[in-house]
Ligand binder design. Structure first.
Ligand code: ZN
Ligand code: ZN
Ligand code: FE
Length: 759
């Protein structure tokens, strides 16, 4: 990672300090240096090069060739070159550094209040780069001509902005424009005034936000919808307009101190919040939050808040002075499930009904990138969405790979390309349920293929025939295709995440994954390597009525489990669902189950969590994926004990959860608090994980366990499972670089396909 991170200036400086002559240049294959000098000096130069890199640079490999002297007289930075077929690592976007932050908040600095300030240590990268090598002419900064002062900084090797490709100032750089939704509706377009006008515009935006207005703000990777997080009416209105009834909104806190007042922040959380990638960090909220409160409407049904800190100068400036708010809602500017909006001309038509005002800027966004989401687990980063600040940083697998395109899953889609020893995972693309998102998929594939010069020989895809990603591989890619089982891909992604080779025990717990037998899998215990897998055990199948609608209606899963456990008398049990769901709807599903029409068998773990949530009366219908499971997790108290379950069958073994369902119903009817039941249920599931792994270990000499799949976003389950496994002497691997959910699938698919191509 040597482009856009101040690498050439760094090389220049150390070359000068050791009296080395020659040159350095960026090529599409990385940096090339010719160094000429005394033997000792050249050696010292090389050592310093590898040992004292600038903060954002990374060297995976240095190739050294001896040349005859050409008697250079100076050391220079040369023009970039394009070398066919090779690639350099394109850096992700980097949060504003402390030096730049100081400049924009210092009254007599020439960048005071300037929202597009950046330097070699920070600023936009992936979102503005159109091609490599990374030079201003190949970015969306191309239309802005540097003024003489910026140019002088750019050319001065001792300056922090020496070869800072996105360098800008109020004299020469991008500027803001504020337009109301009405003005946009009547056809007016943003007029970008001189950048010196930023102060006035930002002051107006602060006033609008303070007054409860919803402002669409163009940021780094797309538009955000922003409003004062303390304002109930504004938050409620945004929720209504976004047609987002239950899912939590991400918020941006003015600074770390504000975040600390909102949430219980661990040491790990603190470093995640402040990282150069500036992700949204999910943390447990403190009781009622801020003095003056933040809206209860922000994150209903969960004790967690997704918080991020300002990561562009524009964000910092929004909080400057006394704006009258400390926390802003910052949610992706999109309509429900569509991709984030990033183009000025599209913002009006697509977001007019959502925002009252639009804050535009005229630096184009080359690549749309949503905010990343992470959580702290066991002192490390546990990603839930790997996007801005991470993509497209390659994952170094330290082994040669064929060039492959892996198309990912359907929900939380990402795609993955492999080349040399790298897996290049795209940013979060989203749920491939509409044409817009599919278009985003194609666009992203195009960018990444160009940046990294990848010509895939095969396309890996999920086995589900109806995923749009599968259809893309089969019908559009024009490549040899390789179908890969969903849960095998989950475990392979966890192996790759941890640099594992060979065979492991894989525990894949999630909602929906197409099985080899055409049934819906999701509570899977595998032994596997990149080369293949055996299904050693799974949750016992239950028939689910109505296929996909069961995902949005946990009561259908509850009815399936109750029928399995109690038989026909299930519907006469005294449970909240039979009072709260209209009898005729229950009757329809009951009939479907008893006659076995339009039912599908599933071993899904997600549906089991849904069932328990509905049995306990927590949630019968959901408005977003995983809602019932999250609420069940949040309800859990600190209670010991667990419920019974049984192993049946041999190969694969089945885990029968019916005894647990019976016991849960009994506890509930005995008025045991829901928190205690949820706690015991979680303990039960972690016991299932541990016992199943022990069974597998009896016959296989395997001691490494990979935990993956969307259900492991549940940190209570993850923590207890990992702990239980370690107590039994297992070595446990969880995710650190890619999400356990379907956002990580493409990485696993790529590695499996690579292995299959070698066979
Ligand atoms: Zn900076
Ligand atoms: Zn300038
Ligand atoms: Fe999955």
């Amino acid at each position: 990672m040597v482009q856009g991170v101040g690498f050439r200036p760094f090389v220049y400086r150390i070359a000068k300090s050791f009296d080395i002559r020659g040159w350095v240049l960026n090529s599409s294959g990385g940096a090339v240096i010719e160094a000429e000098g005394g033997e000792a000096a050249v050696e010292q130069f090389l050592r310093t090069l590898a040992g004292e890199l600038p903060p954002l640079a990374r060297i995976d490999e240095i190739e050294v060739t001896n040349l005859s002297p050409s008697y250079e007289r100076d050391f220079v930075i040369r023009e970039s070159t394009i070398r066919a077929g090779r690639f350099a690592l394109v850096p992700p976007d980097v949060a504003t550094c402390t030096d730049c932050l100081r400049e924009i908040t210092t009254v007599d600095d020439r960048r005071y209040g300037y929202p597009f300030t950046n330097c070699t240590n920070c600023g936009p990268r992936y979102t503005i780069i159109g091609d490599v090598p990374y030079d201003r002419s190949r970015t969306t900064m191309e239309p802005f001509r540097m003024c003489s002062r910026c140019q002088a900084e750019y050319e001065d090797p001792t300056n922090r902005r020496f070869h800072a490709e996105a360098n800008a100032c109020p004299q020469c750089g991008p500027s803001l424009a504020l337009v109301s939704a009405e003005q946009l509706a009547s056809g007016s377009l943003p007029r970008f005034e001189a950048a010196q006008g930023s102060h006035a515009i930002l002051a107006r935006v602060q006033n609008l936000l303070r007054d409860g207005e919803i402002v669409a703000i163009k940021g780094l990777g797309g538009f955000h919808l922003a409003c004062d997080a303390a304002n109930d009416t504004a938050v409620g209105l945004l929720r209504e307009r976004k047609r987002r009834s239950g899912k939590a909104f991400a918020i941006m806190a003015r600074n770390l101190a504000t975040a600390e007042r909102l949430c219980e922040i661990s040491e790990t959380d603190r470093s995640l919040l402040a990282a150069a990638s500036r992700p949204v960090v999910l943390m447990r909220r403190r009781g009622t939050g801020l003095p003056g409160g933040i809206s209860a409407n922000l994150a209903p049904g969960t004790a967690m808040l997704g918080v991020m800190l300002p990561y562009t100068p524009l964000h910092h400036l929004l909080f400057e002075g006394s704006p009258g708010f400390d926390v802003l809602v910052m949610t992706s500017g999109n309509v429900s499930e569509e991709p984030i909006v990033s183009v000025n001309e599209e913002a009006g038509p697509r977001l007019r009904s959502l925002a009252d005002h639009f804050l535009f800027h005229n630096r184009d966004i080359q690549t749309r990138v949503d905010d990343s989401v992470v959580q702290a687990f066991e002192g490390r980063q546990y990603p839930l969405r790997r996007s801005r600040g991470f993509a497209p940083e390659p994952i170094d697998l330290e082994m040669p790979l064929r060039e492959i395109l892996a198309c990912g899953g359907e929900l939380k889609n990402t795609l993955c390309l492999t080349k040399d020893r790298y897996a290049i995972l795209s940013q979060h693309i989203g749920d491939l349920e509409n044409l817009e998102t599919m278009e985003f998929f194609r666009e992203t594939l195009g960018h990444l293929q160009r940046f990294f010069r990848v010509s895939p020989v095969a396309a890996a895809h999920d086995l589900h025939p109806n995923y749009l990603s599968t259809r893309f591989a089969l019908e559009e890619s024009g490549l040899k295709t390789i179908g890969i089982q969903h849960h095998h891909a989950h475990i392979a992604s966890c192996m790759a995440d941890n640099g594992l080779r060979g065979r492991v025990i894989g525990v894949a717990l999630d909602g929906t994954g197409y099985g080899l037998d055409g049934r819906i899998w999701g509570g899977e215990f595998l032994t596997c390597s990149f080369g293949g897998f055996e299904r050693r055990g799974h949750l016992r199948y239950v028939p689910l009525a109505g296929g996909d609608s069961a995902i949005r209606q946990p009561w259908r899963s509850a009815l399936a489990y109750l029928r399995a456990a109690f038989g026909p008398r299930a519907t006469s049990l005294a449970l909240p669902m039979f009072e709260e769901i209209p009898a005729h709807r229950i009757a329809v599903v009951e009939t479907m189950l008893s006659r076995n029409v339009q039912t599908i068998e599933t071993s899904s773990c997600g549906r089991l969590f849904d069932a328990v949530a509905s049995i306990l009366g927590l949630r019968h219908e959901t408005t977003y994926e995983g809602q019932a499971a999250i609420e069940l997790e949040m309800a859990a108290a600190q209670e010991t004990g667990h419920y019974p379950f049984a192993f049946t069958g041999l190969d694969p073994f089945e885990i029968d959860m019916r005894p647990a369902i019976v016991a849960i119903v009994e506890d509930f009817q005995a008025q045991i608090p829901v928190g205690a039941i949820s706690s015991r249920f979680h303990r039960t599931m972690s016991r299932v994980v541990v016992d199943a792994c022990m069974r597998i270990r009896q016959s296989d000499d395997l001691n490494r366990v990979c935990l993956s799949g969307g259900t492991f976003q549940n940190l209570r389950l993850l923590g207890q499972s990992a702990e239980g496994l370690r107590q039994r002497g297992f070595e446990v691997f969880t995710h650190h670089r890619v999400p356990p959910n379907d956002g990580g699938l493409s990485l696993g698919q790529a590695l499996i396909a690579n292995e299959i191509l070698l066979q």
